[in-house]
Design a protein around this ligand. Sequence first.
Ligand code: GDP
Length: 395
Amino acid sequence: MGRRKKIVQECERLMDEPENIRNIAIAAHVDHGKTTLTDNLLAGAGMISDETAGEQLAMDTEEDEQERGITIDAANVSMTHEYEDTNHLINLIDTPGHVDFGGDVTRAMRAVDGALVVVDAVEGAMPQTETVLRQALREGVKPALFINKVDRLISELEEGPQEMQERLTAVIRDVNDLIRGMTEEMDDIDDWTVSVEDGTVGFGSALYKWGVSMPSMQRTGMDFGDIIDLERADKRQELHERTPLADVVLDMVCEHFPNPIDAQPMRIPRVWRGDDESELAETMRLVDEDGEVVLMVTDIGVDPHAGEIAAGRVFSGTIEKGQELYVSGTAGKNRIQSVGIYMGGEREEVDRVPAGNIAAVTGLKDAIAGSTVSSVEMTPFESIEHISEPVITKS
Ligand code: GDP
């Protein structure tokens, strides 16, 4: 059996273990390194080859994006990662980094439970760092911080350990000031500030593929002194091998971001305006795969073979081929033609996708990004103005 086929099978198995699923977004101010980091994670999880990570820009699927060099359309990818002897399924939603695409970022955030916020060590927190944090927190999405481009502090700015520590501490303090300011009024969020000590902050270089966190330093025995020495000696390959970025970040994701079972009870009342007492609210809070189907569409992509693909978070029930589902804001139902998951930007067909996962389906001809797709008529996640053709009725 091919390697890819094996990964797909493993993803399918893990889809039924919601406690081992993490739905996450990576969000950043433009150019802080989100795309480079994402490629690293894909390579680390064996989805693309190590050599092409950083060059391939796997998440930038649209030609337009590659031309402009920015990510403008949310793409989705699933990967597996072993953490503490247990395999985890990580569904990653790419958020647009450009300031014009705020609506898409909110939508991507709605589908995830954790957001890895990437901040450039040299530039520090920027306006869009604040925007993405606000969008995450408003959606009840837990943040963690990755401070990127640390190589530049060492090699370009030639900072010593003391200066580096001061700079990194200042970045963490700024991010925490933002988080604290945004969550103070929220009574369902205790303390979502990040810290080195609890492992919710990572540092590293997406470009040179190394990373560290407090837990990783304890595991590998490498400290900042070792890193500075290796980086200065231009031994970046050794740094990558001794403390690979993907492992550090994916461990952090598994350890600190909530799984759907922990996240949905808190998030559903926050992101869905429907009746809290209803059975549907209960099945969504419980991530019940036997409940009514509820899919929130975050992105519509086009596959050259399959046509339009709607991707989104399954909050309840199980999506399967042949189901006739309501699409919010439209009359009638659409029939699911195929069900799949994304891997490295490519879609793989599977038989079914249960609650707690990200699904990529075809057949939802009336769905747009933001649509709620469900087996019963329900209050949608967002109200959207559908632009539809005039209906001609016979009298
Ligand atoms: P995005 O806009 O957040 O997706 O940022 P990209 O991943 O496209 O990175 C923007 C630029 O920063 C590119 O030229 C990258 O090669 C560069 N870059 C990304 N990560 C690092 C890093 O860790 N160190 C250095 N020196 N450059 C980086």
